[in-house]
Design a protein around this ligand. Structure first.
Ligand code: FNR
Length: 341
């Protein structure tokens, strides 16, 4: 099976498997403020994201690897959505285009559709410094995402089996490229211990990409005879992953993993995320309802964020991080067990 065919399988299986909603956001409850002293017209949702300089607190996360006509079409569509909504966009893994120059157009199309947009390049932690530079140059990227996907690789029949030296390669890439580097998971979460290691190599941001949304163990298990079912429940749910990373990483914290609506987003911001990324949910709307509907839904998300922030009395995302919230159930147990009180 070619890389492009495998990646199209990912898209089809991501759509049919859906989002598990096990990210523990349901264990968070807002505390209503009857005297919020706020106005919808006063709300600012522009995030503070250091050298990433995001305009919108929501971004399109990586999902278009593999190359081919379908990747090009989806990248073009998502880049236009990003242009119309002010969001940043990550392309999927560019390894296919580094290995085969005819695939470059499948990624470069994003810059053509949105010349002034904010784009993140994307490669795995096996990449060399030269590959990282080439990926950034290919789309004129504003930042580079390096993805960590040990569980996905292990579940893939043809996946990697040796993960030694990744931190050293990330360090070399941070030193070698001239754009900020974001390290992200792919749906299994980042722990405090991993975030501590990443703090030492000067990455600009960590995207926790936690458990509870798109599940690559389930997706890859659909493609194998002997199922590795133990990986399907593996991982740190997105809500506690934000707390894990925030506790030791003092730069930009991005949250992704099963975020579906403005309520999930507000909860991610309350826990300390600076911006949120969506892959599976946006993919579903793009593929099933089309480009126009996706743009409409994102404008509606912005409105919903402003409405909820008004009710909570938070004029901006920094104030939102200080709002009280009640944490119950499994999330409360998880945080206690890990010593976060
Ligand atoms: C992904 N994701 C991903 N991540 C990455 O860093 N490089 C990639 O090439 C891909 N490819 C990819 C394909 C498809 C079809 C999906 C749905 C996702 C992972 C993605 O960026 C994100 O980390 C997870 O999907 C969790 O977020 P959601 O989907 O739950 O919002």
């Amino acid at each position: 099976m070619s890389r492009a065919e495998r990646k199209m399988d990912h898209i089809q299986f991501a759509l049919s498997t859906g989002q598990s909603k096990k990210n523990m956001f349901d264990d968070i409850r807002f505390v209503h403020q009857a005297l919020p002293d706020s106005a919808v017209s006063d709300i600012c949702i522009k995030p503070k994201t250091g050298d990433l300089n995001l305009e919108s607190p929501v971004f399109i996360n990586a999902m278009t690897g593999g190359g081919g006509q379908d990747t090009q079409k989806l990248n073009g569509l998502l880049a236009r959505v990003a242009r119309e909504t002010g969001m940043a966009m990550a392309v999927g893994s560019q390894m296919a285009a580094l290995k085969n120059a005819t695939e470059r157009q499948s990624y470069a199309v994003v810059r053509k559709e949105n010349p002034d947009g904010i784009f993140f390049s994307n490669l795995g932690s096996e990449a060399t410094v030269q590959q990282a530079k080439d990926a950034v140059e290919m789309i004129g990227a504003n930042a580079l995402q390096i993805h960590l996907n040990v569980v996905q690789e292990l579940t893939m029949p043809e996946g990697d089996r040796d993960f030694r030296g990744a931190l050293e390669r990330i360090q070399a890439i941070v030193e070698g490229v001239n754009v900020p580097v974001i390290v992200k998971e792919t749906g299994f979460g980042i722990s405090r211990e991993t975030a501590e290691k990443l703090s030492c190599c000067d990455v600009s941001a960590i995207d926790v990409s936690g458990f509870g949304g798109t599940n690559f163990a389930s997706i890859e298990n659909k493609r194998r005879q002997k199922k590795l079912s133990y990986f399907e429940d593996w991982g740190i749910p997105t809500a506690p992953a934000i707390v894990e990373v925030k506790s030791v990483f003092d730069k930009t914290v991005l949250a992704s993993g099963g975020i579906q609506d403005a309520r999930d987003m507000i909860k991610a911001f309350l826990l300390g995320a600076d911006a949120v990324g969506l892959a599976g949910s946006f993919l579903k709307i793009a593929m099933q309802e089309g480009e126009k509907q996706l743009i409409t839904e994102i404008h509606s998300l912005y409105e919903d964020l402003a409405m909820m922030m008004t009710a909570l009395g938070a004029k901006n995302l920094m104030e939102l991080q200080k709002c009280p919230a009640i944490i119950t159930g499994e999330l409360a147990q998880y945080l206690t067990a890990r010593g976060f009180n």
